[in-house]
Design a protein around this ligand. Structure first.
Ligand code: CMP
Length: 139
């Protein structure tokens, strides 16, 4: 059964390029409600843990370095069918394949520096949200 929450990060590239406001507008205009929100920075150890599922991939080191190099905006979002609808809104991992109107089409610069993260399952949305937010930071 689809839950109504997903987890996102606006990644260091998009934060550094000044896109927080425009990306949040795209998210809320698409009908998502923000229930948790935080500007923060991952340590190397945080990024290694968050992306542990990709540890065997050739891009893992690059990914950890990128995701810890500057601030990110972390958020939990609420909407019916949140995980699937949010992945539609962000678009394909590689911006070259991302559809018009998606966040990555507008703001991603490469397959690695792709502006936003969206959870890929309800289970991971819950795990990733709990990684960043305490219960009292959920509204
Ligand atoms: P995301 O899908 O949010 O989480 C995994 C991340 O790994 C992905 O975004 C990209 O930032 C990164 N990634 C995926 N594939 C590659 C790749 N081929 N080269 C570099 N980074 C990648």
């Amino acid at each position: 059964m689809a839950t109504n929450r997903t987890f996102t990060m606006i990644k260091p590239d998009a934060v550094a390029n000044g896109h927080i406001g425009n990306i949040l507008a795209m998210i809320t205009n698409a009908g998502f409600k923000i229930v948790s929100l935080k500007l923060t920075q991952l340590t190397t150890a945080d990024a290694q843990k968050f992306y542990d599922v990709h540890a065997a991939r050739p891009f893992y080191g690059e990914l950890v370095e990128f995701m810890s190099r500057g601030p990110i905006l972390a958020a939990i979002l609420e909407k019916d069918n949140a995980v699937e609808d949010f992945r539609t809104l962000i678009g394909a991992t590689n911006p070259a394949d991302a559809a018009e109107g998606t966040i990555r089409k507008a703001y991603a610069t490469s397959i690695g520096e792709n502006a936003v993260h969206g959870s890929d399952s309800d289970e991971n949305a819950a795990i990733e949200g709990a990684f960043h937010f305490a219960g009292r930071e959920n509204f």
